[in-house]
Design a protein around this ligand. Sequence first.
Ligand code: AMP
Length: 435
Amino acid sequence: MPEQESATRRRPATRRRPPKDRPRDRGLTASASVDDARANANSQAETDSPLLAAVLAAARSHTFGAIEVPVTIARALEKMGYVTPTEVQARAIPPLREGKDLIGQAQTGTGKTAAFGIPIVEKIDPTAGFVQALVLTPTRELCVQVSDEVAAIGQLRNVRVVAIYGGASMDRQITALKRGAQVVVGTPGRVLDLIRRGELRLDRVHTVILDEADRMLDMGFIVDVETILSRCPRQRQTALFSATMPYAILRICDRFMDRDAQQISVRPEHKTVETVRQLVYFVAEQDKVAALLELTREFSFDRLLVFRHTQIGVDRLAATLKRRGKNVAALHGGLSQRERDRTLADFKSGRIEYLVATNVASRGLDISDLPYVLNFDIPEDADTYVHRVGRTARAGKEGTAITFVGEWDLDAWEAIRDQVGAEVEEGALTLYGPA
Ligand code: AMP
């Protein structure tokens, strides 16, 4: 019975892998400290001997909270504004650095990207021009976002990261691989495609991360993921992050990870949602546009992410808002990858104030400083609600999530509210007369 198996996590003894001899244990720490020494030596011009400066600098500790990190990484994190590790970082970084396999129950918004990004960057040999780490992500958007973050963490160690995803030029990705990318962040389909074309070799990969594994399962990528894993060296470190742990994911852990993998669980839902002011408006379907326009006056949104169910709904609402003089764009799976990337970049940079999107934008997207999210259509379930609401108030920032509940949505809304269990304020619209 699957449930029983998943609960006991039985594994055949034959799957036990041989003890690991991981590259990081073989001198990469030394490479990091030489790096550190160099970086610090540059800022130690007043010391007479560069060698002495280097030795002194290397001896000085650089910390990210309680975690010691090479100075190059410490500086990069500082530049990124990361001062204190988040819970998942504090709990995942130490075992990952020890070379342990890790199963992390954590969703986007917890800081999991840096939780695996920091150990990866630390372990990469920047002088070796072959792929050493592979991160698999379910969506193109998440792929770009994760590769940007790993590149940012590795910027002072000259770590070369390439994002490999479908819908974008394969030639450019192949060129980046040929130039000696050390970290590949990719979606399973394109990664497999490049492996089969002989353009991507994974035989010297020492770290594999499965990010948002449950999403990869939902999207039908699991067979691809298994094929890719079976192409990686057996002696490697594997970490899997997933918001939920369905049976199929536990099976992957069984088949492809160490029996003594470290398991951590970080539950951000409440945290994410608790820092968000949640407002609900009961509004008839036909009045929703008028209600939105009223709220634009009340809140004077400088940036607003609006969610709708369907692509047609997104296009229609975007067109309506445009006619009303709003600086708006639409984002959904019917657009080309290039259009999606451009729209997202424009919204992130503030060139676009209103973004109307389907669920494509609700998971995994990291848009920092997003103060407002509006569920124009009610989310399908509590999970989707939490993910959408999680677009705002990231990493401790404040945010407001507004939900429109139409005449057909009352039951669905009650179910969501009960499951999320958070406090929700009810707002009043002048549209329906004085409160
Ligand atoms: P993630 O779960 O990796 O998508 O990260 C969620 C958000 O938290 C992103 O906006 C990150 O830039 C931000 N973040 C991650 N770690 C930290 C940290 N230690 N301090 C501040 N912000 C962070």
